[in-house]
Design a protein around this ligand. Structure first.
Ligand code: FES
Length: 174
């Protein structure tokens, strides 16, 4: 082992043992790929701001199917008719979620009577009023919920996602 690599090895070992690794001690993707601003230390990605619906078009209990943040990610927007966690609009009852079950990606069905999403594969159930809370089933995570905003014209926009979409390492592809 050369002197340089031994020094690097000892420095890295001291960081790990001491639990005080400085960011510059870790290799970044930028170093590995010859330039650019890409870094493996970045933990948030920019989400697109995308119009999903106009409030005036929404009917209580009737789901609107669309995709977000890209066409490979099916989502559902619904006006529940009662206030919900992270609900938007004048009644705080408009919510949106990924339609892929957090267990193995089954496409969920919405039941307006109970305000719940049901997976046809292994029967997981999620509560739309409670932020996509897992009620029962094999899944271990709640349903990813879209972050919504309403503008002055009454249009509902998706601006982010809380939770990781099924099957992805990041919700937004670089
Ligand atoms: S894929 Fe939904 S419960 Fe298994």
């Amino acid at each position: 082992m050369s002197d340089v690599s031994r020094r690097h090895f000892l420095k890295l070992g001291a960081c790990v043992v001491g639990g005080a690794c400085a960011a510059d001690a870790l290799p970044s993707l930028a170093q590995a790929t010859d330039g650019g601003d890409i870094t493996t230390l970045r933990t948030t990605l920019p989400y697109p701001r995308m119009k999903l619906a106009a409030i005036g078009q929404l009917i209580i209990g009737r789901e609107q199917l669309t995709t977000y943040p890209d066409q490979a990610s099916p989502v559902v927007l619904v006006k529940l008719g009662r206030p919900a966690i992270n609900g938007v609009g004048p009644d705080r009852d408009i919510v949106a979620f990924s339609r892929r079950c957090s267990h193995m990606g089954g496409i969920l069905n919405f039941r307006p009577g109970t305000g719940t999403f049901h997976c046809p594969l292994h029967y997981a159930m999620f509560d739309a009023q409670k932020g996509g809370l897992l009620v029962i089933g094999h899944a271990t995570d709640n349903l990813p919920q879209l972050e919504l905003e309403v503008d002055a014209a009454g249009d509902v926009f998706a601006v982010g996602i809380s939770g990781l979409l099924y099957g992805r390492q990041a919700n937004v592809f670089a």
